[in-house]
Design a protein around this ligand. Structure first.
Ligand code: SF4
Length: 362
């Protein structure tokens, strides 16, 4: 199908429309989602990751009190239960917990306890609840997959592809990242556990969307989400290369028996703005963009903060898209180097939105 890549000017106009429209990602009419930052420990150190990772306090529960600076250690079971209580206060008919880190499987016993607590929660009623487990796959053993197969879990496998595609993932605590990655993919496919591949393209790999999609298809994975790395500068040729690759991947996904490509859903907010809220290891509630960019854009922390679980933080305090944009611009004005990176990231998101709308079946 013929298409035209959106220009930067068209993207700027679309971004304005999206900001006026507000957000639809975090709180749809039907479902409420709460994210969890369970630990700052991870086996990897990917070059596009801006989470402030540290192994120093891994294995120690954070006391769950608001404190200045980046909270350390792992989320305690008490804080996780308070986060679940917060989610249960929503009146939406479907509920979703999304586990992040760091690497959430490094604290699986705590996470499993929190999921059991949510499943048996008196305020859940008969509402659907699902755990979305974002993992790098390093701890995805056959035994764990067997356990997951009996739970309402969808695995978001953050793997970039084969060895060449994974050159921006850096091993840190493991010396056999490639073998573990491949085992995780094969095990997940064989397990029957619901899943999708979450692959991230950096500017230096801007054109790789179709080959990563094809790789996922070769592996037999069910579905794919293609992301662009945020917090990094994208030049105009790289923006266009990413869009061209995305268009090709969208075309590939039209073939029968192809993995579902979640990028067809063009309702996503322009990253890095994201209306989703996340509970940090210490019980602080914030917009996800603060944590996912904290190592490079620390000033987002104060403008995205939404309180603390121990002090009555509420999901109703969520900022809408325009408020997030204004908060972002306050912390990092677009006239500054870091502010212009964030603005260009938003324009890339708006470009993707335009492209998908253009290609979507009518
Ligand atoms: S696996 Fe995820 S949390 Fe770990 S370094 Fe990579 S992007 Fe960051």
């Amino acid at each position: 199908m013929a298409y035209r890549l959106p220009t930067r000017e068209q993207a700027a106009r679309r971004l304005k429309q999206l900001l006026r429209r507000g957000s639809r990602t975090a709180a749809s009419e039907r479902s409420e989602r709460l994210m969890l930052m369970l630990t700052r420990s991870c086996e990897l150190r990917c070059s596009y990751c801006w989470v402030a990772l540290s192994e120093e306090h891994y294995g120690r529960f954070n006391p769950g009190r608001a404190s200045p600076g980046t909270p350390s250690g792992d989320m305690s079971p008490e804080t996780l239960r308070a986060a679940v209580d917060l989610l249960m206060r929503s009146d939406r008919p479907a509920l979703e917990l999304q586990a992040f880190g760091g690497e959430p499987l490094r604290v699986w016993p705590t996470l499993r306890g929190g999921l059991d607590y949510a499943l048996q929660h008196p305020e859940r009623g008969d509402r659907e609840i699902e755990l979305q487990l974002t993992t790098n796959g390093m701890g995805l053993t056959d035994g764990l997959l067997e356990e997951l197969s009996h739970l309402p879990v969808i695995v978001q496998l953050s793997v970039d592809g084969g060895d060449r595609h994974s050159r921006f993932r850096r091993a840190h605590l493991v010396d056999d990242e490639g073998r573990r990655r491949q085992d995780a993919v094969a095990g997940l496919v064989a397990s029957g556990v619901r899943h999708f591949l979450n692959t991230t393209l950096v500017p230096a790999a801007a054109e790789e969307a179709p080959e990563r999609y094809a790789w996922a298809q070769e592996q037999g994975l069910d579905a794919v989400q293609i992301n662009y790395a945020t917090g990094m500068a994208w030049s105009e040729p790289q923006r266009l290369a990413y869009l061209e690759g995305l268009a090709q991947a969208l075309e590939l996904s039209r073939q029968p028996r192809s993995p579902r490509l979640f990028n067809w859903g063009h309702e996503a907010d322009p990253v890095p703005l994201c209306a989703d809220l996340i509970v940090d290891v210490d019980g602080s509630l914030t917009h996800t963009g603060a944590l996912f960019h904290e190592a490079r854009f620390p000033d987002l922390g104060s403008v995205y903060a939404r309180g603390h679980l121990a002090e009555g933080a509420s999901l109703d305090s969520r900022l809408d898209l325009l408020e997030l944009y204004l908060a972002t611009s306050t912390a990092y004005p677009p006239s500054t180097e870091k502010g212009s990176i964030l603005l260009e990231n938003m324009l890339l998101g708006a470009s993707c939105d335009l492209l998908v709308r253009q290609l979507a079946p009518r």
